[in-house]
Design a protein around this ligand. Sequence first.
Ligand code: NI
Length: 158
Amino acid sequence: MAIRTIRAEGDEILKKKSREIEQIDDKIKELLEDMLETMHKYNGVGLAAVQVGILKRAIVIDLYDDKGSLKLINPVIIKQKGEQEVEEGCLSFPNKYAQLIRPQEVTVEALDENGKKVKIHGKGLLAQALCHEIDHLDGIVFVDKIIPGTMQYVEPNE
Ligand code: NI
């Protein structure tokens, strides 16, 4: 396991579309493990592979609740319902936060790290995190979608 470098605002890779993963090999499993470790180190609730410079459709999520972490390969939103106004940030945009509208509920289909098909139903924060990370796979970052005038810069260590 290793901490990987997080690509930050201004890095063109964040605007690129990630490719589907066709084969889940040891390299992909290691990538997912490293992503989880990297996300935990920076106290994030989600991370997409593109954020560590890998253009593959893989995301990890951890809401630090009793459900544990999620490692998802080729995730697709197949259903969404309602909307919620949320505050959002991103490990690639340190100390920046803004308001935006996300679906209130989503259903996502993906593969787990063993290649098994999984269906995740997320509400609230989980729906938000799934949408945020899946957006990354299409080169979309949260600042592209914010409610105008809501961007805040929060000084670190305050
Ligand atoms: Ni992000």
